[in-house]
Each structure stands twice: as C-alpha cells, then as structure tokens.
Design a protein. Sequence first.
Length: 202
Amino acid sequence: MEYVSNDVQGNRIEIALPATPLSDRDTDALSAGELWLEAGKTYFEDHAYEEALAAFHRALQADPHSAQIYLHIGDTLFQLESYEKALAAFEQALQYNADTACTLYAFNSQGNALFQLGRYEEAHVAYHKAIEIDPNEAMFYYNLGLVLTCLNRQQEAIAAFERAMGLDSSDPYTYNSLGNSLYRLRRYDQALAAYERAAELD
C-alpha cells in the first residue's frame, strides 16, 4: 500500500491508497478471495468505489480476519464520504492488524475519518498513536498540525508543521498550512514567508 493526499474542505490530509492492480499479479496463483481483493483494488483505482466495496466484501468473506481487507474497505468508504462506516472499518483493522505498517496505516486513516467527522480531539489521539510508533514520518505531523489548527491550538500546530518540514522540506502544503497558523497568530511577516515558500515548491 501507498499513501496519497486528498484535498478536503481546503485542507489536504494523507489517506491510504490500495496498491498493485490486478494486471500486475499472477492471477493463476491466487485464491478466490485474493482475486476479489485484486478486483477491488482495480475498481478502486478506476474510481468505481461501489464496485470496489462489493469486491472487498466478497474478499472479506474468504478471509474475515484480514486487517488489509478492512483497510481497503475503510479507504473505499472514505472516498464515498461514509466516514462513520470508514472509521468502523479502520477500527476493525486495528483489531486484526498483522504488522507495524498496518497499525500505522490504520491509526493515520482512523485520524483522517475522525477529522472529517469533526471529532478533532479523537483525531488528535489517533495521529499521536501513529507518531508514537513512527516518529519519523512527516505526514503524521502534518495531519496532527491540521487537527491542532482546527482546535485553535496554533502554537502546537506550528510546532507540528515545523517537525513535518524537518522530515520533509519539499512539501508545499506543509508550508501553506504553517502560514495559515502564523496568520491566525497575526505573525504576518512569517506567514508571508511561509506562503512564498509554498508557492516556490508548488
């Protein structure tokens, strides 16, 4: 799996995207459940989310304890803007997580769903859980900064964005979000510098 960005209500948050389309796999070696999983990934990449969801549910019938399938279901529900159901899928994935990567993926995605539901304090907790496991991932600090901005905790948001920039200095969205927090604190010169840097990188 890989991560991609999604712009929602003017703020970019990092969401999880299923990887490896069906054509890249040796389908002869796959079970029926795996074939449904691969079909779901292909539908997802084609933005056919209803079909993807149906395929992932068929895959889940074959492997009801698969964290990966629950993550795919959650991602698809997220794209369908069914955030409560997406959240439930991500929470289910955490119950069946197989490795650290799945756990990180689930916590970040859980935070994203909570963010969309306006449950910012809970999203804050989810992103912090991801950071506790991997403190060197810029996207977690970026998403944390967005939540802190929504909570009007601008100084903490600035610290989160600066930490994200320390890990990845090439992301214009982080500089733009930093500028927003600085602007809210009336630190206009610094905000302008952040916006200019974002424009340079865009």
